[in-house]
Each structure stands twice: as C-alpha cells, then as structure tokens.
Design a protein around this ligand. Sequence first.
Ligand SMILES: Nc1ncnc2c1ncn2[C@@H]1O[C@H](COP(=O)(O)OP(=O)(O)O)[C@@H](O)[C@H]1O
Ligand SMILES: [Mg+2]
Length: 319
Amino acid sequence: MTADLQTTDEPCLIAAGLSKRFGSFTAVDRLDLKVDRGQTFGFLGPNGAGKSTTIRMMLGLVSPSAGVVTLLGRDVALERTKALKRVGAMVEIPAFYSYLTGRQNVRLFARLSGGASEDDVTQALKLVGILHRADSKVRTYSHGMKQRLGIASALAPRPDLVILDEPTNGLDPEGVREVRDLIRDLGTRHGMTVFLSSHLLHEVEQVCSHVAVIANGRLMVQGAVSQLLGNHFGPVEFEVDRPEEAAALIQATMGLAPHWTDDTRVAIHMDRAQAAEANTILVGKGFKVSAIERRKQTLEDVYLQLVRDQAEVEAAELQ
Ligand SMILES: Nc1ncnc2c1ncn2[C@@H]1O[C@H](COP(=O)(O)OP(=O)(O)O)[C@@H](O)[C@H]1O
Ligand SMILES: [Mg+2]
C-alpha cells in the first residue's frame, strides 16, 4: 500500500493532541477529534472556548503549538495544499469584491481552491438560496446574503468535507432556519461530511449527528448525539397524590433525594430498576401513582450537567 492510497473508511478529519498557546494562555488544550465520512459534526462550545482557533489550525491558517491535524488522510502541516484540495471552508465571511456580482465572486473564490464549473457555481448559488440575486453586485448584498455567498464559495468546488465556523452567526431568524436546513441537506442529500462550530446548543441538536463539546480549550465530550442523550438520563417523574410525602418516603427507603417536587409530581434521578422499585414502594404505602415518566433529555441538559461536573472537578483541583 502506498502512502497516497486512501481508503473510504478512513476518518475525514482527525485532530490529535492539538494545542494552541498564545504566550502563557492556552486557547486549545490537547484536543482529540475524529470525524468520519458522512457525519454532520457539531463543534460546540461557549464564546472564547477555542473553536475558531481550532478551525484555523485545521485549515493551516494558524500553526499549532502541538499536535497534528489530518484532513482526508493528509497531514495539514506537511501537505497543506493536498490536504485542503477536497475541503471547502468558511471561517469568516470572505473579503468579497463589492463591485463584482455574487456569481463572479464565487467563481473567483472557487478558483482559489481548485476551481468549479459554471454549473457547480450555479448549483452552489441555488443551494444557498441566492441564485435570484447572483448577478447583482455584492455591494448591494445584506449581511445574511454575504454569509450565504461565503457558504456558496465553499461549496462550489464540490468538496468532500465542508468546514464552517458559526455559519448562522449574524443571520436573522429566517436566515438561521434556512442555513440550518441547507446544512442538513448537505449531509443527507448531497453526501458531504460537514464540520460546523456553534455556540448554540439547539442548533447543533437539530442539525448534527455527532458532536464534540469544548470549554476552555478542552474536550468535554464527543460522540453521537443520540448516544449522548441516551447515556445521560433525566430524572424520573412520578405523578402522585402527595408529592412531598412520596419524596420523603423514597429518600427514607431508597436513599435517593428528590430532584424537585411540585403540586402533582416528584422527580428523582434513578435508573429503570430503581424506578420500578420506587413505584412498588409508593403503591405499597397507599400512594396513588397516576403516571411515571422519564422526560427526554435535551443536549442542553447534558451540556449543563457536563459544565457543572467540570466546574466541580476544577474546584476540587484547586483545593
Ligand atoms: N491571536 C490571538 N492572540 C491571543 N489570544 C487569542 C488569539 N486568538 C484567539 N485568542 C483567544 O483564544 C481564546 C479562544 O478564542 P476563539 O478560538 O476565537 O474562541 P471561539 O471561536 O470558541 O469563540 C479566546 O480567549 C481568545 O481571546
Ligand atoms: Mg469563533
């Protein structure tokens, strides 16, 4: 096997031990990421977490302090041009030529990354929903249209991997929804692998099959969204006639503290077997249990839990 041979089951993107220090400040801290072909991968973290810095390192725009990035089987530091050949990216809105039309700009920017046929340019403009304005000068475009034009420029050369840094930033709610639908389509209908960063949880939850969460430059969790949600159960809610008393009984018999109670329910963190046991105990003591429900976790619940866990770990490290 030669070094040039690429198998299709090889990950599209690998970051291994990726770090970036600015002076004494560590913006990205030993990050390991793996994105497989066909995934729509969300890179999630609050502002300042290190997302843009990571993406710049992936694209060879910033050199890592440590670690390696491999795109489509090629080391970005060693073979930047080859590594980026089948990659389309938008890190920030490109500096478009305002006196040229949208179409002319896409053509130009596509030429910088390998070129695109006239048909591909038209398709990309259509895909992002600005074909009807393609022959107007960019000077007349709104912020949202320039954002779309940036995405069109990344898509026109028909890349295998698309990397987008906060693609819905600065768009109005309608634009956000359209770009979100577009990104979903890139994966499901056009077979592209998409890596996008976002600080918006619900956005990632709606669009992405896989996610990595970072905070302070560090990876907190990575995996399939469905798996993450499955591994992090929410509390079980018992609809019961005397919630406060029911909570006290479960605490006394099973040692489980209530998460919350209200007028009709008590919610307690427990696994399935414990839920069944708690039900037996409650019914045995004459409580009227009218419903048992485990509310679906959102990515936000998981994320907030992770942030809390991380804060506890850091507090413990300081002691
Ligand atoms: N060139 C730079 N010099 C110094 N600090 C930087 C530089 N670029 C980014 N940072 C810092 O690194 C951290 C991560 O920034 P960034 O990657 O832009 O985060 P994000 O994209 O997740 O909002 C921030 O604290 C930011 O201020
Ligand atoms: Mg950023």
